[in-house]
Design a protein around this ligand. Structure first.
Ligand code: SF4
Length: 387
């Protein structure tokens, strides 16, 4: 199938918009496209295809976001149209309202309710609202199984209470209990209020919400399902180069894995993988152990792939991770932009012309408490231990 796609000028992106496949976002290492793969499901062959396209048209870096979307980096204005066309020819991409369910929805033996039909009904009802809703407006429908989306922000959230009843929340403020039959209309009423406020409106314009602290618990390990299993693995620092992903896709094909599912917190679930698949994935550099300290470290590519970086941030993060105290959160940023972790972190090391800025309980853009020399590895290790 060949589609004629309008490729918008990235410079014309509306303020507050999200990067998409056809309208990527300018970053320090080129244009970044975000792909909302339909249902978050990819065969190993399709995962390999996308990784190959990322190497062909971008800089080969592929990320899985905290919400479980794919991102491809290092595209250019010249390569984006062909990349977008090739992706659309390979996999189905969602372009409408973001309505998310957990990645094991429908298969999870622990879930209170299967949220998929409800999510589909909301997505269909919301189609006429189109661009009157902002691109970041997100609805989460969560059946509360083994892997939930309750650590991720949502404008509107339906959380299963019983197989037929849901708690309806705007941001994190519970509004009502609704049954399954009435839930779509209740969500639509809120979406219509948002649409009436215009495309910059978010649910925080409707209610006063406290600041939530997004969780980072990647679903690592083996999950037993109603039928079969899912093996969770994470991309170190949320990113992988195309070669490693292609190798993972080939490994999965060899092991007879029928499908990957994109999962929250930079993770992938290999469906029905044999037990030793995780060993092979670990050998390729993927995180398969929930105690891996890299799960608590965010790092951008830094100077290894970004002109703005003062040092190769992921390489430093990889070497510092083993010294990180349990559950301490570290952000290693190639420069003050802080792309990998825009929020506050317990400890942030920021690249600068004169060394690493050390920020405690702040963001990469905050004024550092001190500046450490780049060759002073013992000071670095001490900083992350004491931070
Ligand atoms: S934070 Fe990292 S990826 Fe972002 S611009 Fe700076 S060096 Fe580049």
């Amino acid at each position: 199938m060949s589609l004629a796609l309008p490729i918008a000028d990235p410079a014309l992106r509306r303020r507050g918009a999200c990067p998409t496949l056809e309208v990527p976002m300018q970053t320090g290492d080129g244009l970044l496209a975000r792909l909302r793969v339909r249902d978050g499901r990819l065969s190993p062959a399709k995962l390999g295809d996308i990784a190959g396209l990322a190497a062909q048209h971008g800089n080969g870096l592929v990320e899985i976001t905290a919400r479980g979307n794919l991102q491809v980096r290092g595209l250019t204005a010249a390569t984006t149209p062909a990349f977008a066309q090739a992706v659309r020819n390979s996999v189905e991409i969602d372009d409408g309202l973001v309505v998310e369910t957990p990645p094991l929805a429908g298969d999870d033996r622990d879930e209170i309710a299967d949220p998929r039909d409800l999510a589909a009904a909301i997505a269909t009802l919301a189609v006429p609202l189109g661009a009157r809703l902002g691109p970041k407006v997100t609805v989460v429908v969560d059946g509360l199984g083994q892997i939930t989306r309750n650590a991720l922000k949502a404008d509107i959230r339906l959380t299963a209470i019983t197989p037929d009843r849901w708690a309806l929340a705007i941001v994190d403020a519970t509004q009502a209990e609704v049954d399954t039959a009435n839930a779509p209309a209740a969500v639509m009423a809120i979406l219509q209020r948002l649409a009436a406020l215009g495309p910059t409106a978010r649910s925080t314009d409707l209610v006063t919400a406290g600041k939530s602290n997004p969780g980072t618990a990647a679903p690592i390990g083996r999950f037993t399902l109603r039928a079969g299993s899912a093996t969770g693995l994470a991309l170190p620092f949320g990113a992988s180069d195309a070669d490693a992903l292609i190798a993972l896709a080939r490994l999965a094909t060899r092991y007879g894995v029928p499908e990957f599912r994109l999962a929250p917190h930079h993770a992938l679930l290999a469906m029905d993988a044999p037990e030793d698949f995780a060993t092979g994935a670990a050998a390729l550099g993927f995180i398969t152990d929930a105690a891996d300290p890299r799960l608590h470290v965010s790092a951008c590519i830094g100077s290894a792939g970004c002109a703005s970086g003062f040092f190769p941030a992921r390489a430093l993060a990889e070497s510092l991770a083993p010294a990180l105290p349990a559950n301490r959160q570290l952000h290693v940023s190639g420069c003050a932009k802080g792309c990998a972790h825009p929020r506050r972190a317990e400890v942030t090391l920021v690249g600068r012309a004169d060394g690493y800025g050390l920020v405690i309980a702040g963001t990469a853009g905050d004024t550092p408490q001190s500046v450490l020399r780049m060759d002073d590895e013992s000071a670095l290790a001490a900083a992350i231990r004491q931070g």
